[in-house]
Structures are given as C-alpha cells and as structure tokens.
Design a protein around this ligand. Structure first.
Ligand code: ZN
Length: 464
C-alpha cells in the first residue's frame, strides 16, 4: 500500500513537495518547489535524504513547484526529473532567472564567515553549476501516454491548463496484485482561458491531492478578455491619449495579454499605438508558446496556422534591457507597456512606477495576485501613495483590477475538478496549496458532497 507524505504547500500556498512511497520502498517525489513567502525556508534541511528518492515528477514550471530541485541534486538526488516538454523549457527559463534572487537570499541567511568566503557572484556561480546538472536530469514525456516505470508503477501526465505544459499527475500503482490510483491535481487552470485548453479529466482515482488556492473565492469578471482590454485601451490611450501599464509575469500572463492584443489587432479593434513588452524572459517565453502551439486550444492552433505567429505584429516591440526600458519612459505618445514583475516589485517596474504613478493620464491594469507588502498589493488596496526606490510618490494614475487573467480555477472550478471523481469510490481527498481559511471552506463544501477530506499538516503521513 502506498504511503503519502506532505512536505510543502501543507496548510500554505507555496513550497509544493509531496512524497509517495511504495511497498517496495520506491520513492516518488511530486514537485520540489520554493517557499515564495519565505525564501529562507528553502534552505532548511530536506525532511528526507535526497539520495533516497528514486524519481521526481514535476507538475509545471512555476518556481513554487520547481525551485528547490537544484538543491535536491546538490544534496544527493541521483535520479531523473519527469515532466512535459514545455515544462522543461519553461523551467529552464524560470530556474536560471531565479538564480540571482536565490544567491541574494543565501548570502543574507549565511553567517559572516561564509559571506566572506562566498560573495554573491561566487554563490551565483555555484548555484548555476548545480542548476546545469539539474537541467541535465530532465526527461520529458508526452501527455496522456502512460510512462511505465516498473511493473508496480506507471505515471501519466494530463493537461491541467493553468500554464503551458502544466499537468495533473496520475500514478497507477500495482502492489501484490492490488491496484491503486493516486492523482495530484498540480495547479488547476480555468475553462476558456486565453491560449490554453480546458483542464482534461484525470480518470477515476482512489486518492486525490488537490490544490485549493482559490478555495474560498469566485472569479468576478464576466466580460471576455478582448472586450475588457479593448475598453481599457480606448479609455486610456484614445479618450485620454495616455499610457496603459500592465504588470504581468513574463511567463504565462504576458503571453495571454499579447495574444488578446494580437486578436484585437487582427479584428481591427486595436487603435494604432505602440505596445512595449518590457521583461527579460517575455520574448523567449512567447517563442516556447509558439513552438508548442499544438498543445494550445483550437482557436490558438488556428491562429498559428493562419498567421505563423500568436503574438507578433508590427506595433509590438520586446524591450531587451534596462537601457531600453529607461528610453521608453520618455516616449510621449499613447502606448501600452507590459512589464514584470506581476507584483510590481523591483526591476524594470520601478522605472515605470517612478515615471507614471503621479500621472493622471496613466492607467495601471492589475491582472494578478500580489502578495502583502508588495507595491501591487498596496495599489490593489487603494494606496494614495507608494514608496518607490526611497521616494514617496502620490498615486494620481487610474488603477483597474480584473481577475480575468488569473490562471487558477476558483472555488467552482475546483469543485468541478473534484466532481469528476465519484465520492463513493474515492477514499480520500487531501487539500494542499492554499491558505488555511480557503482550504477549510473548500473542505466543508466537498464534505457536504460526500467526499472524505483532510488538510494535511507538514510532515503528516498516510497509508492507503
Ligand atoms: Zn502554478
């Protein structure tokens, strides 16, 4: 009988890491993510010896699911990392991009002597080396094709929407003639999301480990992405001749926005204005989306077939570096700037905040979650001024919020995901990857529908 243990994203959102141990002792780790709320926790010792793990399966490329993989390798993991092909390519972007931040955090938490021995750039070189080794361990498999590990275990990836390449993971276990199926939801995406297919059914299961990020929330936006964006652009860039700034993560959200703009352009609904994409990974990420267009929804596949691109048209420019970012801050014509990070913290976003917060002709369109303490969170909550690079800047710009580009299923979407599993044959649902309050609300709802639910604490183990 398999044993499940929960080591991350237990009663919290980030740090996803779950362990399945088979009767034979074979150990499969599902995800090995960073704790985004508290990076220092990333450097806590692993609760097992990494050399004991036989196989890692990665649900998708987001850092809160993949960020601790290099450390796992560094500390003795000697196996493969199984995932979809786009997850490998997007992880390659995101993990290398996170090196600078990781070395900064590592420097901060080490003692003085260590700091003296390893300055930040040395540390970055060490981390880069272990990341090179990590990327070498990735093995990609296709969706919906069972990967047979042994007579006792096969693994299938099922499209989960959420992000290009994101998967539900289905483990089929056959021990002493008894069959068991454990499904990990990964992050569950939404229906009718720009570019992505709807989440696919994961089949019957005995045990489901389900995310609960929006366990207590319902998406509010009723409009179509094209209609909403067209309206905001018209009000900001045509009626006021101002600039529209959209803070967005460069992998995933930026492609959803660019695709919506591309469609508006082809439909003749976009005014003739410049669009600047201002983040380091955006162009590379867009290329990966185009490369794997066959995994996107039917509409996107058709667009790719008709135009040979999903995003590019003559008014779109990808800015390559900080120098180019600074240059467009003086661009006086109406324009749209899509810039990372989504939470508006640091990097090129500082330049846009400094130049535009006090500008009544500017609109900030906030499209995603921002953690408490970030400028995005403050703006979302109606701050009248923001402190940017040591200066208080009054907010005169218009701020608009929408959840239309949120990549997570809301409470109804999660319930729908769960309803594919019959409550009578499913032994247990474990809720992970959520705030305790949202988890409890979803748990109650599922229990009312006849499911047996548990929200595991970190380290808890269960035999099935
Ligand atoms: Zn995710």
């Amino acid at each position: 009988m398999p044993t499940l243990q929960f080591f991350g994203a237990a009663q919290r959102v980030t740090g996803s890491m779950h362990l399945v141990t088979l009767e034979s002792g074979y150990k499969v780790l599902v995800d090995c993510g960073s704790y985004l709320e508290s990076f220092s926790k990333d450097f806590d010792p692993f609760p097992f010896h990494p050399s004991e793990i036989d196989l890692v399966v990665l649900t998708h490329a987001h850092i809160d699911h993949s960020g601790r993989l290099p450390r796992l390798l560094q500390e003795g993991y000697d196996g493969q990392i199984l995932c979809s092909a786009p997850t490998y390519e997007l992880s390659n972007l995101l993990l290398y991009d996170s090196l600078g931040l990781q070395s900064k955090h590592l420097v901060r938490i080490q003692n003085r002597q260590y700091r003296y021995m390893h300055r930040q750039h040395d540390l970055e070189a060490i981390l880069r080396k272990s990341l090179d080794l990590t990327m070498d361990r990735f093995v990609t498999i296709g969706f919906q094709q069972p990967f047979v590990v042994s007579e006792e275990l096969s693994i299938t990836l099922i499209p989960a929407s959420h992000l290009l390449g994101a998967a539900h993971v289905r483990l089929e276990i056959n021990e002493s003639g008894k069959k068991k199926c454990v499904v990990f939801s990964g992050d569950v995406g939404r229906k009718n999301y720009p570019l992505l297919t709807d989440p696919s059914p994961a089949g019957e299961a005995d045990v489901v480990v389900c995310e609960s990020t929006y366990g207590a929330r319902l998406h509010q936006e009723q409009k179509l992405a094209e209609d909403l964006l067209e309206e905001v652009i018209r009000k900001t860039c045509v009626d006021k001749a101002g600039r529209l700034i959209i803070p967005a993560f460069s992998v995933g959200r930026t492609q959803s926005i660019l695709y919506t703009l591309f469609k508006l352009h082809k439909l003749g609904r976009l005014p003739r204005i410049k669009i600047f994409t201002d983040s380091s990974m955006a162009e590379a990420s867009s290329k990966i989306y185009e490369k794997y267009a066959y995994l996107l929804n039917e509409e996107a596949q058709q667009v790719m077939k008709d135009h040979g691109t999903l995003f590019d048209f003559e008014w779109l420019t990808y800015l390559k570096n900080m120098r180019e970012s600074k240059a467009i801050s003086n661009y006086s014509e109406p324009c749209i700037i899509i810039s990372s990070s989504g939470m508006m913290k640091g990097g090129r976003m500082d330049i846009h905040l400094k130049k535009n917060l006090h500008n009544p002709y500017c609109t900030f369109l906030l499209i995603g979650y921002s953690a408490p303490g970030t400028p995005g969170y403050q703006l979302q909550n109606g701050a009248s001024s923001l402190r940017v690079a040591g200066r208080d800047i009054p907010v005169a710009a218009t701020v608009i919020k929408t959840d239309i580009y949120s990549g997570h299923a809301d409470k109804n979407g999660l319930l729908e995901f769960m309803q594919q599993f019959s409550a009578t044959s499913l032994q247990k649902v474990y809720l992970v990857h959520g705030e305790p309050s949202g988890m409890q609300e979803l748990a109650q709802e599922l229990e009312q529908q006849g499911y047996s639910v548990h929200c595991p604490k970190e380290g808890e183990a269960f035999v099935h």
